[in-house]
Design a protein around this ligand. Structure first.
Ligand code: ZN
Length: 336
């Protein structure tokens, strides 16, 4: 139920106004939630608190990260299966009927949409427990690391592979951490933002360079003695970066595509065929592998968090900031 100020009931000559306070007295509980109204129109509103259905858990949200896919929806419209607000962590507040394996008071991280709110309900299969020694901030970025874990495992990237990652945003940087976790030594990255390039090199990229300043395929050829990289990963979702990947891989190399694309992209298929490239799209997560990397390889995904903002500022200090060309922030967490 959504309330806009008050409900108004006309009874002949009498106007009966039911205020929020009356409704709260009647047993309704309200919370703040960021509601999607349309492109560049997300409003924080008072809505009724959700009730957990069968096999659902009600969660008090601690943080919900802004994902590239959320940003895409903010700028271009909702996906058919919208993921709006899916990188969350919080505390179990209430169990719906037939929930198994979770207790009230436990800390959990969730992969379900709808967490740009003080409370939300999550199906029990879309959440996992947070280890005792893990901070909230780290728990909030397990989901993006889990995307990298899925892609790296499914593409069977080897420690001896040379890799190019096109884009050093949250997706690209998580891939970099994942590649480091499995022992990959040679990772090159392209990125137009100097802040993000610096971060990429701090986190272990051998070189992060500006694709607007040097032709990427030439640069990669130079760096790999003319051979090209074994694996090129597209982590932006635009034509230029996809082309950079396709032209930078070696013979029988792999191109992994994880960026979210808005536009159709014309591809020069002759190079794709003659190089016998394998191209794979990736859009799933492997949370247990991500947890494993954190616990046994010392991966610290929270290094990409550059800002924590209150829910009220989700549009102004969150989405709008992330759409700016300067890309001064990397991962922003929303705290309801
Ligand atoms: Zn995400």
């Amino acid at each position: 139920m959504k309330l806009i100020g008050f409900c108004r009931v006309d009874t002949s000559s009498l106007n009966l106004l039911i205020s929020f306070k009356n409704l709260i007295d009647m047993g309704f509980a309200f919370m703040k939630k960021a509601v999607y109204h349309g492109i560049r129109d997300v409003r924080v509103e008072e809505v009724a608190e959700p009730k957990p259905g069968p096999k659902e858990v009600k969660i008090k949200v601690k943080y919900c990260g802004i994902c590239g896919s959320d940003l895409h929806e903010y700028q271009h419209g909702l996906f058919p299966q919208s993921p709006f607000g899916h990188e969350a962590c919080g505390e179990v507040l209430e169990l719906g009927p037939r929930v198994e394996g979770f207790q009230v008071g436990e800390r959990v991280l969730t992969f379900e949409k709808g967490a740009y709110a003080e409370y939300f309900t999550c199906p029990q299969e879309r959440m996992m427990k947070i280890p005792q020694n893990m901070s909230w901030k780290r728990a909030a970025v397990v989901e993006p690391l889990a995307g990298a874990a899925y892609a790296i495992e499914r593409a069977a990237v080897q420690p001896s592979d040379t890799v190019l990652i096109a884009g050093a945003g949250p997706v690209g940087l998580m891939l970099l951490l994942g590649l480091k976790a499995i022992g990959v030594q040679t990772v090159y990255m392209t990125e137009i933002s100097p802040i993000r390039r610096k971060k990429a090199e701090e986190l272990g990229a051998i070189l992060a360079f500006n694709p607007l300043e040097s032709k990427v395929s030439d640069m990669i050829k130079k760096l790999t003695s003319g051979r090209g990289v074994d694996v090129a990963i597209e982590a932006v979702g635009i034509e230029a970066t996809l082309k950079d990947c396709l032209t930078s891989v070696c013979q029988r190399g792999k191109v992994i595509v994880q960026g979210i694309f808005t536009d159709r992209v014309p591809i020069h298929m002759l190079g794709f065929v003659t190089r016998e490239t394998t191209m794979m799209g990736m859009n799933s997560i492997n949370p247990s592998l991500a947890m494993n990397w954190i616990e046994s390889k010392g991966i610290k995904p929270e290094v990409i968090v550059t800002k924590i903002i209150p829910l009220e500022q989700i549009s102004t200090a969150g989405f709008e900031v992330l759409t700016q060309k300067t890309k001064e922030e990397i991962k922003i967490l929303v705290e309801p």
